[in-house]
Design a protein around this ligand. Structure first.
Ligand SMILES: *Cc1c(COP(=O)(O)O)cnc(C)c1O
Length: 461
């Protein structure tokens, strides 16, 4: 499979280039030259285990041989606590697909375990090294660290705002003592971390000299890993209910997870609806309701991993929406950079895209959803998943079963659970055990110079 950039679809890239560079030099995002139609395979695929299903899907997109892929898949998913990887449970009328059984209890593990092993594979082959630099406000940092800890040829530098992330999230990162993991506690805000990250990557000389790499959500391999569970979940629920299609409700921030659902649909998986669920930062749900994509400042909510106002993966969807053509896409992105707005003409009946429904939930709705599901179904939701369940409830369809993606274990957000239920219910032994472990972090001044010094000193150079 060849790939191209959304901003220039006439140049081809290999899967390896796409994985190792993340973002195209022209600023665009990578997409596969074609999305294979697997309609004829669905019946056979429905019988496969998670790992075999992953193998079949990855074979279509990676060009890697079966033995290599099997090795990478086994390494990536043996760290999950369930053989099913992403089990589906029932909660009343809804089906919940639990994506949080990886090492850091968040759905990002599904993709980052895979990405870490892909990096290792390509680096070993080329005898190369990679210095990953990341900025995090919580979930991504720990999932990225667990994706690459102890791996040959890779070092990871994670910047987080000192004193501004939850103690549990900090411990998840700083208790990893592998030599190749450097935790940088930056004396600034999350925005400062992100700005420093940008400045490092914009300095192409430094970037090339130190082989800087990134793990952020625009990497195509992350999307690819996420396509698998849409198939897996749909098969389980179609089996159980006898329905011939399903709907998914997806708590959304950077549009990565739901875009994987969009690709699964393009491949022929019978998804009747993708319900986009946002918190108060609702740029995306407003887009699907009105056709206008306009930023406003991000505000902090109970579901911090969705506190995003510019969704980095949205450009991928927009490419398809604008007729699979990089010329209008590039114009739209340039217009967005200048004016902070993109407009798409709604089609029939004023609907932007009949595959998508969109909802947003505020703090009160999120809390009451957690409380209700606990009291009525004895099932604990984390606040991100609660936003998705709330959206599913607002969009009922008695004809078609709905699968809500559960993106984090409730114990990661125990404060919100306590606020909702009035009780200390959310607990996970993995998080408890971290409390006794030694930790390591390097406090760093809020300056590009200081961060560079740490990278120069500790890098695989
Ligand atoms: C990252 C994250 C999301 C949002 O996923 P996107 O791919 O950015 O849309 C939702 N829930 C949790 C718990 C997350 O960590």
């Amino acid at each position: 499979m060849k790939y191209f950039s959304t901003r220039n679809d006439s140049i081809q890239y290999t899967f390896q280039e796409v994985v190792m560079t993340g973002l195209a030099r022209d600023g665009g995002l990578f997409l596969p030259a074609t999305i294979p139609d697997v309609t004829d395979s669905l019946k056979d695929w429905a019988k496969l285990s998670y790992r075999e299903l992953a193998l079949n899907i990855f074979q279509l997109y990676t060009g890697l041989d079966t033995i290599t892929l099997r090795t990478i898949i086994d390494k990536s998913y043996s760290t999950f606590r369930y053989e099913e990887i992403t089990p589906v449970v029932e909660m009343g009328d809804l089906h919940i697909m639990e994506l949080f059984h990886g090492p850091t209890l968040a759905f990002k593990d599904v993709a980052l375990q895979f990405l870490g092993n892909l990096f290792e594979h390509f680096l070993k082959q080329e005898k190369q090294i990679l210095n990953i630099v990341a900025a995090t406000s919580g979930d991504t940092g720990s999932a990225a660290i667990y994706g690459v800890r102890g791996k040959q040829g890779i070092r990871i530098f994670v910047m987080f705002p000192e004193g501004r992330i939850s103690p549990a999230q900090e411990r998840q990162m700083t208790s990893v003592l592998d030599d190749n993991v450097v935790n940088i506690a930056l004396e600034g805000t999350f925005d400062d971390c992100q700005n420093l990250l940008k400045s490092l990557f914009n300095d192409l000389e430094f970037k090339d000299e130190y082989s800087l790499g990134s793990v952020n959500s625009i990497n195509w391999a992350r999307i690819l890993a996420q396509i698998v569970y849409y198939f897996y979940g749909a098969f389980r629920v179609m089996e159980k209910t006898g329905s011939d299609s399903v709907r998914f409700s997806v708590p959304t921030g950077n549009f990565g997870d739901i875009f994987a659902g969009f690709v699964a649909h393009q491949m022929g998986l019978p998804i009747q609806k993708l319900i986009l669920a946002a918190n108060e930062n609702d740029i995306l749900s407003r887009f699907f309701k009105t056709g206008v994509y306009r930023t406003s400042p991000a505000m902090p909510t109970l579901s911090p991993s969705m506190d995003i106002q510019v969704a980095s993966n949205f450009e991928r969807y927009l490419y398809y929406k604008l007729g699979k053509n990089s010329v209008p896409l590039k114009e739209a992105m340039e217009h967005f950079a200048k004016e902070g707005e993109i407009k798409v003409n709604p089609g029939a009946e004023g609907i932007v895209d009949s595959l998508f429904a969109a909802e947003s939930a505020d703090t009160e709705e999120t809390l009451s959803t957690i409380k209700h599901c606990y009291e009525k179904h004895n099932y604990l939701l984390d606040p991100h998943t609660a936003v998705g369940v709330n959206a599913a409830v607002k969009n009922p369809d008695p004809q078609c079963p709905t699968i809500c993606l559960a993106t984090a274990h409730p114990a990661k957000f125990d404060d919100a659970v306590k606020r909702a239920t009035g009780k200390d219910l959310a607990y996970h032994e993995i998080l408890e055990r971290l409390k006794d472990l030694p930790v390591r972090k390097q406090v760093c001044a809020n300056s590009a110079h200081a961060v560079r010094r740490i990278i120069e000193e500790k890098s695989n150079h």
